[in-house]
Design a protein around this ligand. Structure first.
Ligand code: ADP
Length: 454
């Protein structure tokens, strides 16, 4: 099904967009922040009134179920509402000065032109959580949505236009990152880069941006684990593993891709997990009651199937799923069964690399200490969870785990928009996204000294 036709822009278009953003710096920077907030709030209200339409577009172009798409729209609304409010805060500091009759304080200024580069898995929410904070801080933007999911991005930009954003403040360029990406990252008029995507691309962009002294933030891959200790609320943990591993077809950066269970409860937990997984309804995301949609693209499906083969070849036990789904109702999409591997060891590729699909790798451990060691034994550090009733272990975990976000008795997923989002190690570099950290990233602090002695 063709859901739209979109321009394939080239470097000429990218340069034009950057120049357009550059020309609009002054008008937007001089617009008082509360007034910027009013425009963002209007865009939020427009999105609120068109939730169903936006969710449908997400499902059509990305593939996730309508319920997940609606969740994504809500997340986008939350960040827009939050960023609009920041227009009346954006606090600086006022401090005593060493000198008499002197006022010392800090204020915030926009960076100028920022490039925003986003992936396909959250085609609305990730653009929204970068664009709204960048705008409230007074930056002008060149935005490049993912090549395979540009329509939600285009629709989001239209909302801001309809809300009254001055022309040239928010510019969109559609097309492959490989051809226009370098321009967005290296152009001398660009002062900041906010990227979400693969660790390979992010590392490249980070070094290119650093080479020209730009401010860069990269949110990248994950290999998030849930630890289940023997004293856990098992039913709660099971629900969380199933939704974390298989919800949104595993195509979330915070998806659960590893499960680490204490040996005393391991066998029972895995068999209950299989029972629960069997109940998931797979199909076209716009049909009612669907839990899992297809992989987002043929390329993505191939990657998932390649990892499943690799897992088998490396000696893991394929315990559930593992196949592409075809036949009536499934021929027009890239469907794959939720898949569970047991007998996984840390040296396997399926234990180390981001699969970005509904594939869960399971580890049996003798105790809490081994669970922590396995959880940390990956290059990534985005999110993790522990299920336990032992307060002492739960808080040791907070101190020992190498992830930027962690959950106690809750899934690895998501986050609230007023709190920082991001990871450590190969999962993230630069200031965190969302919350006040986003304001820190998208603004420059200026320190002001005023001698009012006369
Ligand atoms: P994903 O597999 O999650 O899409 P990618 O890192 O491949 O991760 O892509 C994320 C975003 O980065 C997409 O918008 C993509 O077009 C863009 N991109 C890919 N390569 C480059 C590049 N060399 N320069 C800038 N952006 C790029």
């Amino acid at each position: 099904m063709i859901v739209g036709t979109v321009q394939r822009s080239d470097t000429f278009d990218a340069k034009k967009a950057i120049e357009s953003a550059h020309q609009s710096i002054q008008i937007w920077a001089e617009t008082p922040a509360p007034q910027r907030g009013t425009i963002i709030y209007r865009a939020f209200e427009l999105l609120r009134s068109r939730q169903a339409e936006f969710a449908k577009t997400i499902t059509e172009e990305e593939g996730k179920s309508l319920a997940d798409a609606l969740g994504e729209v809500h997340r986008s609304m939350n960040i827009m509402e939050y960023a609009a409010g920041e227009g009346r805060r954006m606090f600086g500091q006022t401090t005593p000065s060493e000198l008499p009759h002197t006022l010392a304080y800090t204020t915030r200024r926009p960076l100028g032109v920022v490039s925003i580069i986003t992936p396909w898995n959250f085609p609305l929410a990730i653009p929204a959580w970068k664009i709204a904070p960048a705008l409230i801080c007074g930056n002008t933007i060149v935005f490049k949505p993912a090549t395979s999911t540009p329509i939600s991005g285009i629709n989001l930009v239209s909302l801001f236009e309809e809300a009254g954003l001055p022309p040239g403040v928010l510019n969109i360029v559609t097309g492959p990152g490989s051809s226009i990406g370098d321009t967005l990252v290296t152009h001398p008029m660009v002062r900041g880069i906010s990227f979400t995507g693969s660790t390979d691309t992010g590392s490249r962009l980070y070094s290119m941006g650093a080479g020209t002294l730009k401010k860069v933030q990269c949110e990248m891959g994950g290999k998030n684990a849930i630890i289940v200790l023997s004293d856990a609320d098992i039913e709660k943990a099971l629900t969380s593993v199933v939704s974390g591993a298989f919800g949104s077809t595993g195509q979330r950066c915070t998806a659960t891709s590893r499960l680490i269970v204490e040996e005393t409860i391991y066998d029972n937990f895995i068999s209950a997990l299989i029972d629960k997984t069997k109940k998931l309804r797979i199909g076209y995301g716009l049909l009612p009651g669907i839990d899992i949609g297809p992989a987002s693209s043929e390329e993505q499906l191939e990657q998932i199937l390649r990892y499943i083969e690799l897992g088998k070849a490396e000696g893991a036990t394929l315990t559930y799923g593992g196949n592409r789904i075809t036949g009536p109702g499934f021929d027009e999409g890239f469907y794959v069964e939720p898949t569970i591997f047991t007998g996984v060891t840390t040296n396997m590729s399926i234990a180390q690399e981001e699969i970005f699909g509904p594939v869960l790798t399971c580890f049996k451990v003798k105790d809490y200490a081994e669970a922590i060691a396995i959880c940390n034994n990956v290059q990534f550090g985005l999110s993790s969870s522990i299920y336990t009733r032992d307060l002492s272990k739960a808080f040791s975990y907070v101190n020992q785990i190498e992830t930027g976000m962690l959950h106690i008795n809750a899934p690895t997923l998501g986050g609230e928009v007023h709190l920082p989002f991001g990871g450590t190690k190969a999962s993230g570099v630069g200031t965190r996204e969302q919350g006040t950290e986003a304001i820190n990233f998208f603004s420059e602090i200026t320190t002001v000294y005023v001698d009012y002695a006369g």
